[in-house]
Design a protein around this ligand. Structure first.
Ligand SMILES: [Zn+2]
Length: 482
């Protein structure tokens, strides 16, 4: 049965309440149109002042005559040129040097924009985000870059390089400081006049602890990136002189670490939950040797906001069940139980592939308001367009731990990739794998559908890291292998 669905996601305006810049800040405009019965692409294009070509391009439609009731279409904003970076797929024979030369950027910029572990490790098929030349790659689209740290004698300061389109308000928000503090620290005469590339001091922002007195058992400790980002994954790498076990807490959660066979190389992957306030958070570590002798290490880690946008969503009366938090919460509880295990075996080694050959229509992390409610929910995954029947593929190896039907997410498959990493595939029509199956990269595990509470066919893809929902696309851009 096809029901008429009246869901319109409207343009969200960021209201800078309480800021001296109130009214000047406009959040990235996002308009999504849900196709209604009787509508054609031509009519929809007309309604938004666009052409069929504009809409086809923005949504990766191959046949403009084939749109479906309930399908979600991204309405491009043509007044603002898209500022999203270029994504380059590494081809056989390419090096970082050749790619940097091709786009006129420095190799260091590529390494930093993609958080690459080293300059010589790129893989065929890997996606690289290409930064704009002459600018430090930190954009609100891909909040993964690290602020620059400069030291002069014993004074240490965090510097933020302004990106195109950024405002002082947005920068202040990411670091949890006020616009007035930014104005004072940088001696700005007019807070509306900042320019791309300008270097701003972030006041009162404690730089990462780079010089910690390490206990003798620990020979090295690396935090990557040095400043962690809300909604993203960070890495803590520790080398011990002797085989050790490692535990502790961060953000009130137990720490779990993967360890090399010789027991010396430890890697902790941390997911920073969405809505974590910018600030300093204690990391408590304990290393224990084989005879039970333990040593503690405490340090503070800085977290900044992710700069995700907002979506205001208006639901018609017949879709209000979407707002039922009891159903949502009980589903999340079951999912947490399924994904509470920590497999010491790591199945992945490379950056992940994409789970479907389809364009992304809604990124992870956007704050969501439903029918005028506060923006206290967030988009917990990345949405891919793709008609019904589009193949869903395993982006990296793992073991299937759940295949079944959930209220909100519909037909769901969950894959355990080891070291606390799980991926979740929602709203499927067909499911081709069973619990206990081992899957390989590229294996077709199901097809795109609209089961559960989906307004139309799409793949909602989630990545859970030790019980925290993080941005899955970071795992496509970046390798987390030790
Ligand atoms: Zn989604």
């Amino acid at each position: 049965m096809i029901r008429k669905i009246l869901v319109v996601i409207t343009v969200a305006l960021w209201c800078a309440i309480g800021s001296p810049l109130a009214g000047q800040e406009t959040e990235t405009d996002v308009t999504i149109h849900v196709v209604q019965r009787g509508e054609t692409l031509f009519r929809i294009a007309l309604r938004y002042g666009l052409t069929i070509d504009d809409l086809s391009r923005a949504n990766g439609l191959s046949n403009p005559n084939n749109i479906q009731v309930g399908q979600r279409l991204l309405i491009p904003n043509l007044e603002e040129a898209p500022q999203e970076g270029i994504i380059h797929t590494v081809e056989s024979g390419e090096t970082l040097q050749s790619i940097a030369a091709q786009y006129g950027v420095a190799i260091e910029q590529l390494v930093s924009a993609n958080n690459l572990p080293s300059m010589d490790r790129i893989n065929v098929g890997q996606l690289l985000s290409i930064p704009q030349p002459e600018s430090v790659p930190l954009s609100t689209q891909t909040p993964t870059a690290v602020p620059t740290q400069v030291s002069s004698e014993n004074v240490s300061t965090i510097i933020h390089a302004v990106q195109p389109g950024e405002t002082l308000f947005r920068i202040a928000t990411r670091y949890g400081v006020t616009v007035n503090e930014m104005v004072a620290a940088n001696d700005l005469s007019d807070p509306t006049l900042i320019y791309a590339g300008q270097q701003l001091i972030i006041p009162g922002f404690t730089p990462p602890q780079l010089t910690v007195d390490l206990p003798s058992q620990i020979t090295s400790l690396n935090i990557i990136p040095q400043v962690l980002v809300e909604g993203q994954t960070g890495i803590i790498r520790i080398t011990t002189a002797l085989p050790m076990t490692l535990d502790g807490t961060f953000l009130e959660r137990p720490i779990r670490s993967g360890v090399s066979q010789d027991g010396l190389q430890h890697q902790i992957l941390v997911g920073i939950p969405i809505f974590t306030e910018p600030g300093l958070y204690p990391l408590r570590l304990r290393v224990q040797d084989t005879v039970g002798q333990s040593t503690n290490l405490d340090l503070n880690i800085q977290i900044v906001g992710g700069g995700y946008g907002r979506e205001a969503i208006t639901l018609s009366a017949d879709r209000l069940a979407l707002l039922d938090t009891t159903v949502e919460e009980s589903e999340l509880t079951s999912m947490r139980n399924i994904m509470s295990a920590f497999s010491p075996q790591r199945y992945w080694a490379e950056p992940m592939g994409l789970p479907a050959a389809a364009p992304v229509i809604s990124p992870f992390g956007r704050r969501r308001s439903f029918n005028g409610s506060p923006f206290d929910r967030f988009h917990s995954g990345t949405d891919f367009a793709g008609g019904p029947g589009t193949s869903i593929i395993a982006p990296t190896p793992g073991v299937v731990v759940f295949v079944g039907m959930l209220d909100v997410r519909g037909r769901v498959t969950i894959i355990d990739h080891g070291w606390g990493v799980f991926t979740v595939y929602c709203h499927q029509t067909d499911q081709f794998v069973a619990i206990g199956d081992t899957v390989t990269t590229g294996q077709v595990i199901g097809t795109v559908g609209s089961t559960g509470r989906a307004s139309g066919p799409h793949l909602h893809w989630e990545l859970w890291l030790n019980g925290v929902q993080v941005d899955p696309m970071q795992w496509v851009r970046q390798s987390f292998a030790p």
